[in-house]
Design a protein around this ligand. Structure first.
Ligand SMILES: Nc1nc2c(ncn2[C@@H]2O[C@H](COP(=O)(O)OP(=O)(O)OP(=O)(O)O)[C@@H](O)[C@H]2O)c(=O)[nH]1
Ligand SMILES: [Mg+2]
Length: 294
């Protein structure tokens, strides 16, 4: 069996999380049109008769000295170090500038085998594809190049073929049916965060975090009960989330519950969702949020 850990690297909004979800055929990582959606390393696992590829989805690499960006850059760099292969995702609709050059140089410096995938093939012009290919040829001449659409599931098989070529013989690291290693609370909180982001505008998506305070599963009645809080930084932000007559929070809850049910096939799910002002912003993503606003 072939096995490899694959870091998915690219600029914010290039489609890294969408790609990992498409490959794993399950939603393992949340996505949105808002850049910098992914905040942590997320693992998605793909297994077939060839072997196993463990994908690490990373926060988009954004050049900036702001604290949030530096933290997310660190997450990306550590994923690079932990990986056997790099899957470099380029958004073909955007021309390669300084940021793209920095990422390409970083990948080169890591000395890992790299597969380059030009994403958003469904909306690319021939010129877009040529430009992206030219850029890769210049910066990473050894990398095989694929054109794909993570959203429409096109060209993904070619990406997998190229990745498996670099994978080494080894034992499977995860069970054949496993598609992620995230714990349930984290997945649920991410789904809620995605739905909240989709129902908010402007900077607010970046100043929220979600915590799941209770998760109970009754195997006999196949009933799941979840209590979760969407935390905002200041009281004044609560209204945006709750909406007129609670309309917004209801919509977020309904959309989230629908998706959470897929994690528990055959079970009924009750989701109690509330908005609160966090007394204390926790480390990690929370500090990121606060700094991001500054
Ligand atoms: N047209 C098109 N849109 C895509 C494709 N892949 C992703 N997108 C869209 O691009 C946006 C960003 O996708 P994500 O998967 O969240 O991007 P990401 O690289 O994980 O972004 P960050 O986590 O913020 O770095 C979303 O609106 C996706 O629907 C694609 O193949 N074609
Ligand atoms: Mg992402």
């Amino acid at each position: 069996m072939k096995v490899a850990i694959v870091s998915v690297i690219g600029r914010p909004s290039s489609g890294k999380s969408t790609l990992v979800n498409t490959i794993c055929e399950m939603k393992v990582s949340i996505t949105s049109p808002v850049p910098q959606t992914t905040r942590n390393k997320i693992r998605g696992i793909y297994t077939d008769q060839r072997g196993q590829l463990i994908f690490t989805d990373t926060p988009g690499y954004h050049l900036s000295d702001k604290e949030i960006n530096k933290r997310m850059q660190e997450v990306t760099v550590s994923a690079l170090e932990d990986s056997d292969i790099i899957l470099y995702l380029l958004d073909g609709t955007r021309s390669a500038k300084k940021e793209e050059e920095t990422i390409a140089d970083m990948i080169k410096a890591s000395k890992r085998p790299v597969v380059a995938a030009i994403n958003k093939g469904d909306i690319l012009t021939d010129n877009n594809v040529e430009d992206a290919k030219f850029f890769i040829k210049e910066r990473l001449p050894e990398a095989p190049v694929c054109v794909c659409s993570a959203l429409e599931d096109n060209g993904i098989d070619e990406v997998l073929i190229e990745l498996f070529k670099f994978a080494k013989e080894g034992e499977l690291l995860y069970g054949e049916d496993q598609y992620t290693d995230q714990d349930l609370e984290f997945r649920i909180s991410e789904i809620i965060r995605e739905k909240a982001m989709a129902n908010l505008t402007d900077e607010l998506p970046h100043v929220i975090f979600v915590d799941v305070s209770d998760l109970e599963y009754d195997a006999e009645s196949q009933h799941v009960w979840i209590r979760a809080f969407i935390n905002v930084e200041r009281n004044g932000q609560k209204g945006f989330l709750v909406g007129k007559n609670g309309e917004n929070i209801r919509r977020i809850g309904t959309e989230a519950r629908k998706e959470i049910r897929r994690i528990f096939p055959g079970s009924s799910v009750r989701l109690d969702l509330q908005v609160k002002t966090a007394e204390k912003w926790r480390n990690n993503s929370i500090v990121l949020d606060r700094v991001f606003r500054d």
